[in-house]
Design a protein around this ligand. Structure first.
Ligand SMILES: Cc1cc2nc3c(=O)[nH]c(=O)nc-3n(C[C@H](O)[C@H](O)[C@H](O)COP(=O)(O)OP(=O)(O)OC[C@H]3O[C@@H](n4cnc5c(N)ncnc54)[C@H](O)[C@@H]3O)c2cc1C
Length: 416
C-alpha cells in the first residue's frame, strides 16, 4: 500500500506541474504519453510504464482528482493496443501502438456480422491472400465509431476448409480506402454511433496480420476479454474524449474537453449510480418516499457488491491467481444495475424524465440513460452469453451443444 501511496504522490506532483487546461488536447496527450502516465500498464516508450492494473487505476484516480483530461478513448485504446502488445510482433508494436498512445488515432472493431454476433466464430467475411496483401470481402454490422476511426480490428475467414474457430485471421485494417463503405445506423437514443460496413475488395497489408494466419480466434477472444475488463476497470469520473483528427478533439482546449459531459455512445453513466440518483431525489424532494428509498438502497447495494467483487478480483490478480470469470460477472452486474437505474431515474424525475436534449433537466441525461441501458446488455456479448461463459468456465458446467464445432466451415449449413 505504501508503494501505491508513493506512486499517487508522484503522479499528483507531476500533474500539479504539468496539467494546463490551456493546452490543446493534442499537446496534453503527447505530454501524458511521453511521461508514461497515459496508459500506465503499457510498456515504457509506448505510452506507459509497465505498471500493474491496480497501479494503473491509482494513476487514473489522480487524473480524476486533478480535474485533468483523461486518456484518449476508442476501442483501439481499450482493446486494439492491448491485443497488439500481447499478440503482435516487435515491429507491429513499435508501429501500431504509438498513435494510439498519443491519441492521434482511434480504431473500431469489425467483428459482428448480420449472421454472426453471439456466434462470432460463424462469421463469413473473407480474407484472401494476394501477394503481400489480403483482399477482404463481406459485411460487418453494429460497428461502433467506424466513421471516426482510422483503423479497425478485423476478424475474417482465411480458410473455409477447417473447423470454424480455426479458419480465422485477425488484421488491423485502414478504414479510409475505396473498398470500405460505412453507413450509419440510428439507435433509439437518437445517436448514430454504430454503422454497417461493406467490404468490397478492400485491402490490408500482410504486415498488419496479428498473431499469424489462422490464429484469429485467439486474438478475437483476447480482444473481447480486454473489452470487458477495460470497460469495467475504468475509474469513475475519468473524462472521455475521442482520439484522432476525425474525433475533432485534438485542436480543442484540453480544459474545455475535460469539463464537458462524457459521451461513450452508451448514454450517460453518471445517472446509473445511486449517488447521482440519490442527489436528484433529494433535489426533487422524493428522497423521503419509501418506495424511492427502497429502490435507491437496492441500487446502492448492487453497486457496492459489484465494487467489492472488483476489488476481490484485483486482489486475486495481484496475488497471481486467476480472477475467474470476474469480467463476465462484472458485465452482467452492470446490466442489472443499468436496468435498476433505468426504472428509478425517470420515476424520480417524473414526467420531465422523458425530456431529451440539452435544455431538459440535467441535460436530458436521465432520458438518455433510460434509452441507452438496453444497448449495454447487448454490446460486448449479451447477458445470456455472459451467463453461458460463467456457467462453462466459472462453474465447470458442460458446454452448449454445437454440432458445427468440428465440421469444415464450408460444410456448415447457412440460413437463408
Ligand atoms: C451499442 C452496441 C455497440 C456495438 N458495437 C460493436 C462494435 O463496435 N463492433 C462489433 O463487431 N459489434 C458491435 N456490437 C454488436 C454486438 O457485439 C452484438 O450485437 C452481440 O454480440 C449480439 O449479437 P447479435 O446482435 O447478432 O445477436 P444474436 O447473437 O443474434 O442474439 C440474439 C439473441 O439470442 C441470444 N443468444 C444467442 N446465442 C445464444 C446462446 N448460445 N445461448 C443463449 N442465448 C443466446 C442472445 O443473447 C440474444 O438475446 C455492438 C452492439 C451494441 C448494442
Amino acid at each position: 500500500m505504501a508503494d501505491l501511496d508513493d506512486l499517487r504522490e508522484e503522479v499528483r506532483s507531476w500533474l500539479n506541474e504539468q496539467w494546463d487546461p490551456d493546452l490543446t488536447v493534442r499537446q496534453w496527450w503527447e505530454r501524458m504519453a511521453e511521461a508514461g502516465w497515459q496508459f500506465p500498464t503499457w510498456p515504457e516508450g509506448l505510452g506507459g510504464r509497465g505498471l500493474t492494473a491496480a497501479e494503473g487505476r491509482a494513476v487514473a484516480a489522480e487524473v480524476v482528482e486533478a480535474g485533468a483530461l483523461g486518456p484518449p478513448f476508442s476501442l483501439g485504446q481499450v482493446m486494439g493496443g492491448p491485443v497488439v502488445l500481447q499478440q503482435g510482433d516487435d515491429e507491429q508494436r513499435a508501429r501500431l501502438v504509438p498513435p494510439l498512445a498519443d491519441g492521434t488515432e482511434g480504431w473500431c472493431q469489425f467483428f459482428s456480422e448480420p449472421e454472426a454476433g453471439s456466434d462470432l466464430a460463424g462469421l463469413r467475411t473473407t480474407a484472401e491472400k494476394d501477394g503481400d496483401e489480403w483482399v477482404i470481402n463481406g459485411q460487418k454490422v453494429w460497428t461502433s465509431g467506424a466513421l471516426a476511426a482510422h483503423r479497425g480490428m478485423l476478424v475474417a475467414r482465411s480458410n473455409w476448409d477447417v473447423a470454424k474457430h480455426r479458419g480465422l485471421s485477425y488484421f488491423i485494417i485502414d478504414v479510409d480506402q475505396p473498398g470500405i463503405e460505412i453507413r450509419p445506423l440510428r439507435q433509439m437514443n437518437g445517436q448514430a454511433h454504430f454503422n454497417e460496413v461493406f467490404f468490397t475488395d478492400a485491402r490490408v497489408s500482410n504486415d498488419n496480420l496479428i498473431g499469424g494466419e489462422g490464429n484469429g480466434w485467439a486474438s478475437a477472444v483476447a480482444t473481447l476479454a480486454f473489452e470487458r475488463s477495460g470497460l469495467s476497470n475504468r475509474v469513475p469520473g475519468l473524462s472521455v474524449a475521442l482520439p484522432g483528427e476525425k474525433g475533432h478533439m485534438l485542436d480543442r482546449s484540453a480544459g474545455e474537453v475535460a469539463s464537458a459531459p462524457s459521451d461513450t455512445g452508451l448514454g450517460s453513466r453518471a445517472f446509473r449510480s445511486s449517488t447521482e440518483i440519490g442527489r436528484l431525489a433529494a433535489e426533487r424532494g422524493s428522497s423521503n418516499d419509501p418506495l424511492v428509498r427502497q429502490e435507491l438502497m437496492k441500487l446502492k447495494t448492487m453497486g457496492s457488491v459489484a465494487n467489492w467483487s472488483g476489488q476481490r478480483a484485483r486482489e486475486a490478480a495481484k496475488a497471481g491467481q486467476s480472477p475467474g470469470s470476474f469480467a463476465n460477472t462484472a458485465k452482467l452486474a452492470g446490466s442489472h444495475i443499468g436496468r435498476a437505474a433505468q426504472q428509478l431515474g425517470p420515476q424520480v424525475l417524473g414526467a420531465e424524465g422523458m425530456l431529451a436534449g440539452e435544455d431538459a433537466p440535467h441535460y436530458g441525461q436521465v432520458a438518455d440513460m433510460a434509452l441507452s441501458v438496453p444497448a449495454g446488455a447487448i454490446a460486448g456479448g449479451t447477458d445470456e452469453i455472459q451467463r453461458n461463459i460463467i456457467g462453462e468456465r466459472g462453474l465447470g458446467l458442460p458446454k452448449d451443444v454445437a454440432v458445427d464445432r468440428d465440421m469444415p466451415f464450408r460444410d456448415v449449413p447457412k440460413s437463408q
